[in-house]
Design a protein around this ligand. Sequence first.
Ligand code: NAD
Length: 335
Amino acid sequence: MKPKVYVTRRIPETGLRILGEYCEVVYRDEFAPPTRDELLDAIENVDAIYCTLSEVIDKEVINRAGRLRVIGTMSVGVDHIDVEHATRKGIYIVYTPGVLTETVADHAWALLLAAARRIAEADSYVRRGDWRIAWAPTMMLGYDVYGKTLGIIGLGRIGQAVARRAKGFDMKIFYYDIVRRRDLEEELGIEYAPLEKLLMDSDYVSIHVPLTPETRKLIGDRELKLMKRTAILVNTSRGPVIDQKALVKALKEGWIAGAGLDVFEKEPIDPDDPLLKLENVVLTPHIGSASHETRNKMAELTAVGIIKVLKGEKPENLLNPEAANIRPLSEVKVL
Ligand code: NAD
């Protein structure tokens, strides 16, 4: 009998094809994620779940899925999964580190440049028909990027890719991370700074930490007040890393000049969210990794990872090898 995998929502064709070669695929071919009840009903008798960051895979879900051997998430962030509980139950988790790094770094830069040069605001201005004077010395002034100072919070895969791009803009680069990366300091031409110094001295701050209890509201009132009044904050990590209420205040009252955000405390954002009324912020709907190429690679990596676990082999993208202490891969083998 083929192992059963539940795919929570519509994914790129390539992932489905790989899963289909080895598994019975229960495919929920919908754009939106399943409701909580739908999810709980669907996973009772499956060997694997292929999910995205929109599905909360907590204790209840994991306990309900009595046959579950592997969770594959089409994301590098795993804050939607109770990793500890899954590991305690010997359930393997595969995810998509690496394949989306460059694409998310591109997006962070797109937001940075758009916020600095007021691209979204200028586009609306032209479309609305407000552009009536051909050129004016004081029209739509933004801020230079070239030669300025960039502060990177979280120098992991994506943070490093953002730093590499900054070299082309001849920027001075600070980074803050819980792990000091002396090996990268010379290679990337970057300097370690405590968070406070980074916030005080940077013209642009880009966040690349995972969402954990320690990073929740890492940037709040106090931190925003430390930043330059001309600074721009970019967030492509996870919404709750910034205290959004404090950010709205900072943008309204001019503690900082602007922001570029791909992620929010609540997604999708509420239609009456005050951020939507502000001109000095560029907003995108959590599309950091959304390129054709990268979404295909993410789907492939997730599917291959699931299959490897089901074959009793170690996948390259295994998040929790400690699950083997409870159930060795050889005992998982169903293929
Ligand atoms: P990574 O694990 O390679 O890097 C994370 C870095 O953050 C590490 O260097 C780590 O030491 C550091 N860090 C962890 N906790 C910290 C803390 N408390 N203070 C300071 N630094 C801390 O991860 P990555 O692949 O670079 O991805 C980073 C995050 O980006 C993911 O966890 C995910 O949430 C987010 N992400 C968002 C999108 C999107 O669509 N917007 C796409 C991919 C990833």
